[in-house]
Design a protein around this ligand. Sequence first.
Ligand SMILES: Cc1cc2nc3c(=O)[nH]c(=O)nc-3n(C[C@H](O)[C@H](O)[C@H](O)COP(=O)(O)OP(=O)(O)OC[C@H]3O[C@@H](n4cnc5c(N)ncnc54)[C@H](O)[C@@H]3O)c2cc1C
Length: 373
Amino acid sequence: MKAIVIGGGVIGSSIAYRMSEAGADVTLVESGRVGSGTSSTSYAWVNACEKLTSRAYFELNLAGVKSHRKIADEFKGANWLHRPGVVQWQDAGAEAAGFDEGDFDKLERLTEWGYPAERIDRQTLAELEPDVDLDTFHEDGALYYPEDGWLDGPVYAGAMVLAARQRFGLKLFQGKVVGLLTRNGAAVGVQLANGETLEADFVINSSGRWANEAAGKAEYELPLAPTVGLIAYTASCDTSLRHGLRTPLVNCRPDGAGRILLRANDIDKKVPADANPVPSNVAAQQLLARVKQLMPALEGVQVEAVRTAIRPIPKDGYSAIGPHPALSNYYVTVTHSGVTLAAFIGEGVTAELVHGRDVTEFAEFRLTRFFKD
Ligand SMILES: Cc1cc2nc3c(=O)[nH]c(=O)nc-3n(C[C@H](O)[C@H](O)[C@H](O)COP(=O)(O)OP(=O)(O)OC[C@H]3O[C@@H](n4cnc5c(N)ncnc54)[C@H](O)[C@@H]3O)c2cc1C
C-alpha cells in the first residue's frame, strides 16, 4: 500500500513510523521542520487522569499513555519520555480568587478505572518538591500520579522519522500541501504549493490545526474550535523542581537543563492569537510572578523565551480520528491531547489501514459525528 501522511508532528510521525514498519510505502509531507508545529509548544503531559469526561475518552488516552511507554521501550536510548511523576492540587487562596476547585471524587474514579494515583499531604509534597511554599498547598492535600510525565515532542517526532527512514524506507518530502487530488470520489494524492503532485492509495491528514487548509476544499473540512496557548520558559536556573506541578497558580515542569516551562489555563483564555511571543509579554510575566509565588526560591529568575500555539481542537472538544465521510481513502487525525495520543494513533491507524482491523478505542471519535444529515 502506498500512503501519504500530511504533517510531521507527533501524530503524523507516529503514523509514518508504524505504517512504514508494517510494510507500507509511505511519504511524509512536511511544510516546515519535523516536530515544529503545535507539538513544539505543548505542556506535553502524557496522561489519562485529566480525561474523565467520558469513559471512552479516558480509555483512548490510557491507550495513548501505554503506547508511549511501549514505543520508548522499543527504542534503545529513547530520550523523549520523562516520567518522574506529576502532582496536582488546588489551594484555598486560589479558590478565593475564583479558580475551579475541581472534582474531589477524582481519586475514587481514577482508582476504579485502574489509574495509578494517590493522595499526598504537606509533608510528602515538601519531600517531593522542597522549593514549593506550603502555604500555596491545599489543606485537603493533592493528587500524585507517580507514573505520569511528559514528552519532548520534537525529539520524539524526529526519532520516529529518522528510524522510519533508516529502517523502513520512509520518504520525507519537504513541501506544503494545498489540496487533495481526487478521482471517482476517492483521494489519490496531494497537490503541493509549488505545483507538483504526489500520488498514493491513501492520504492521511495529520496536519493538526492546519488540517482544513491542507484539505483545500470546504467539503473536506472538519469543524474546529481552536484555542490559543502561551508557554513561557525560564532561564536555566538552580531549581530543585523535578515533577510536573498542576496548581491553581500555574502549571509548571522542568524543561531540561534547569529551564522551567510555565502555563496556566486562565491566563491562556486572555491571550490573543497574535500575541507577541517575547519575554516581556504580559501573560509571560504573570506566569513568572505566579511561579515565584509557588516557589519563592525562584526569586531573580527571568523568562527567557515565550511561544504561542493554536490547539487543534475539533468542535466538540474530542478527538477526530478516522475516514472522512465525504471522500474515500482519505483519513484524518485532528485532536487536542495529541501528545498523549500520538503513539497509539500511529498504532491504530496502521491497524485500520494496513491490517484492516477496526480499533475499538477510536469508535466514539469518528468524523461521521460531524456529518450527520
Ligand atoms: C499550550 C498547549 C498545551 C498543551 N498541553 C498538552 C498536554 O499537556 N498533553 C497533551 O497530550 N497535549 C497537549 N497539547 C496538545 C498537543 O500539543 C497537540 O494536540 C499536538 O501537539 C498535536 O500534534 P499534531 O501532530 O496533530 O500537530 P502538529 O504538531 O501541529 O503537527 C502538524 C504538522 O503539520 C505540518 N503542516 C501544516 N500544514 C501543512 C501542509 N499544508 N502541508 C504539509 N505539512 C503541513 C506542520 O508544519 C506541523 O509540523 C497542548 C497544546 C498546547 C498549545
